[in-house]
Ligand binder design. Sequence first.
Ligand code: AP5
Ligand code: MG
Length: 216
Amino acid sequence: MRMILLGPPGAGKGTQAQRLMDTYGIVQLSTGDMLRAAVAAGTEVGLRAKSVMEAGALVSDDIVVGIISDRVDEADCKNGFILDGFPRTLAQAEALEAMLTEKALRLDAVVEMQVDDGLLVDRITGRYTCANCGAGYHDKNLQPKVAGICDNCGRTEFNRRADDNAETVVSRLKAYHEQTAPLLPFYRDKGILKTVDGMADIDEVTRQMKALLGAG
Ligand code: AP5
Ligand code: MG
């Protein structure tokens, strides 16, 4: 299965992608995670992306299209992938279409996660991840079973993202509404857009996704 998770910052794209990976045996391709890794490694792409991401704006189309085009050729993408945070502009969506056609691959579904803006600031400012394995948590909505210890790997160090502050969230939401929301009619016209209620709790959103996508 090849699918796109489409939704504003904090909608739950990363949270659901992690769950769908296990269900469908496919990989998560998050351009946000890839760009953060490039920033941490100090690569040329990372140096170009750092200040843009910290301002909550979008990194240039050519950078992210290049990253995804290389990544989908890797062996672990053979069974399919979940695009998380890509495409984010009409130019990226068109580049993806051309890329998949050239590789003789088809997109199966685009799932929109609908969440009101008011909820997103709280979700983003409360988010943190395990510094070792990357498992995601939230101060209120998704706490480790034992406080301060990662459920997944047992480690005790956690990170918060540099762009997860109330100020930057406003810019990220603006970028979403102005540059990414136009992808909804683009995919609706192609007949592959599905919608889930991203305001529901995490398990319920997963249930809605699986109902839309089939058992796997
Ligand atoms: P990216 O990393 O993609 O960030 P984003 O789109 O802003 O989305 P988030 O990762 O913040 O949210 P999410 O939807 O994954 O939510 P999560 O599951 O973590 O991009 C970062 C930056 O990189 C961009 O601003 C841009 O600069 C650049 N970039 C990336 N891709 C790009 C592209 N294609 N083109 C150009 N630039 C690009 O959930 C959030 C929190 O809420 C968690 O704590 C979670 O536990 C909790 N939660 C999740 N679901 C629920 C629920 N249903 N109920 C309650 N709590 C929930
Ligand atoms: Mg994410």
